[in-house]
Design a binder for this molecule. Structure first.
Ligand SMILES: [Mn+2]
Length: 414
């Protein structure tokens, strides 16, 4: 396992100039209220490079002109604290997971950093790289910013740069381990959707259907990759509807957009199905437009395909379907019923990071066309997770049923 993280760090280190220090922080627990904290969520760039997910860890890279050295700093926990919250990762665990050998106490951080920067009479180290995104929310500061300000005072003659995009751009292309994790997350999501479809007919409220999804994740000792959307009727026309507290009306469709996590990697799937397992004629017609678009776009995805075309062609297909059905007359009217993009990157973040114009082999992208027609109480989205390959794409979520007859048969016979 650690080979993956060593390999990712080698690529990352190659993106940095000689004569710099790079620092990444795993993060700190955020306080919820009084003595309760939110569950800890590790910084994704830190995790990507180390595989470690404890709070209060610092990865430090010293890159000289002809050498580099990596360090990992970890908080030492008192015996008393261990009795309350358990032990921290040991040096051996850190080495096993990340391949990082130089593990120090957090108390040594200033001293070790200073030993390079303060004794640097040749002026070799002139920049510190920090994991800071371009826009920073002043009400939601990262620990990296705290250190940025502190170090700027201590080292006024050193440049400060951001390494954020260096890591994000590496994250665009997934390695084997990442794809395996995404596939496992998808497989759990598949089971959860089956449970929702099986039980929907006996539920009165959206949250009851949602509970079968959350229950499935708990069976797999995992959690949602984002708040589950379980929307019926007109609620499904609100893209990020999360209340899930409406009672079902007869003949309603249920749109669920959901995901799970495996080793911090997300799945993100949408399926839409009728509560009682039978689509009405109108629901079938709209559903088929979205499904055709989803399938056509998956076929088009491949290495070299442009992101702009991906968006434009999806909108074209949806518009064509609506024009044929007589719901709209002109192409531009499609945006009244379709108001999001057809896909986004997927990985450690559900809306994964990295900038690009063209798809490249190894990227994982969602394909999620939708149509939302409030006057018909219909909101439909069909979303799959797609791996781009050299000459095409692989639908990683192809086993989650989406054909009209498959859904009707499954829901009738389950
Ligand atoms: Mn999505």
């Amino acid at each position: 396992m650690k080979e993956y993280f060593i390999n990712r760090r080698e690529k990352f280190i190659a993106t940095l100039p000689n004569g710099c220090v790079a620092l990444l922080f795993s993060g700190v627990k955020k306080n919820m209220s009084n003595d309760l904290d939110y569950p800890f969520v590790v910084d994704k760039n830190f995790y990507y490079l180390t595989g470690l997910e404890e709070d209060k860890l610092i990865y430090m890279l010293i890159k000289g002109n002809d050498f580099y050295k990596e360090f990992l700093f970890t908080e030492e926990r008192s015996k008393e604290k261990e009795l309350w919250i358990g032990p921290r990762m040991k040096r051996h665990d850190i080495l096993e997971i990340s391949g990082l050998e130089n593990v120090y106490s957090l108390n040594d951080f200033d001293r070790v950093l200073g030993s390079y920067l303060k004794s640097d009479t040749q002026g070799v180290f002139d920049a510190i790289y920090l994991n800071l995104p371009k826009t920073v929310d002043p009400f939601n500061k990262k620990v990296d910013e705290y250190y940025a300000n502190k170090l700027k005072e201590e080292y006024p003659n050193i440049y400060f740069r951001s390494l954020y995009n260096n890591v994000c751009n590496l994250r665009l292309i997934k390695d084997k381990l990442e794809i395996e994790n995404i596939c496992k997350a998808i497989s759990i999501t598949k089971q959860g959707i089956c449970e929702m479809m099986k039980n929907a007919k006996n539920c009165n409220y959206e949250y009851e259907v949602e509970s079968f999804y959350v229950w499935t994740l708990k069976q797999h000792n995992t959690i949602e990759s984002f708040k589950t959307i379980c929307a019926s009727g007109v609620n499904a026309t609100i893209l990020h509807y999360e209340d899930n507290n409406s009672a079902f009306l007869d003949d309603t469709l249920i749109l669920c957009d959901l995901g799970s996590l495996k080793n911090n990697y997300a799945s993100d799937i949408s399926r839409t199905f009728p509560k009682y397992g039978k689509f009405t004629d109108m629901q079938k017609k709209i559903y088929q437009i979205v499904l055709n678009c989803n399938k056509e776009m998956i076929k088009k995805l491949k290495d070299g395909y442009s992101r702009r075309e991906y968006e434009e062609e999806a909108a074209n297909l949806l518009a064509k379907g609506l024009i044929e059905l007589g719901i709209i007359k002109e192409f531009d009217e499609v945006f009244k019923y379709y108001y999001h993009s057809v896909g986004h990157m997927l990985g450690l973040d559900v809306h994964d990071v990295g900038k690009f114009d063209e798809f490249k082999a190894g990227m994982v992208v969602t394909c999620e066309p939708g149509l939302y027609i409030p006057e018909l109480n219909i909101g439909i989205r069909i979303e799959d997770d797609i791996l781009i390959t050299k000459d095409g794409s692989i639908n990683l979520s192809k086993d989650i049923i989406k054909e009209i007859d498959e859904i009707e048969e499954f829901m009738t016979n389950c």
